[in-house]
Design a binder for this molecule. Sequence first.
Ligand code: THU
Length: 129
Amino acid sequence: MSRVDELFAAAKAARENAYAPYSSFKVGAALLTEGGRIVPGCNVENAAYPEGVCAEAGAISAMVLAGEQRIAEVVVVADAALCTPCGGCRQKLKEFGIGSVKVHIANLDGIRRTFTIDELLPAGFALHD
Ligand code: THU
């Protein structure tokens, strides 16, 4: 199994644990860290809607907690044609991954499109260039 296959499997499994009673839209994400670790995340919604957390954001928090701070590759899984990360998550991904990092967008059957972080967030903000 390739690392991307492993990422897809981890993201799909994470999606099963999503807490999405308000949107009924479950999302799973998995990060491959530069250290070779696979870190999953799922969306966790809240009755106060803006307090919900996206799958990508949850995975990033878990990655940092695990002691890693660099993203090498990402898979996002949803039961949708193309569940690309929201604007806030694009900025969060940029914080921990260089522009050429691949973000694979999958449905339940497999990867459907691949973008780089730079493609998802052109001219994105960085404090220090
Ligand atoms: N969501 C994610 O977790 N990741 C994405 O890439 C897009 C959207 C979540 C947020 C919310 O819980 C639900 O999907 C519907 O927007």
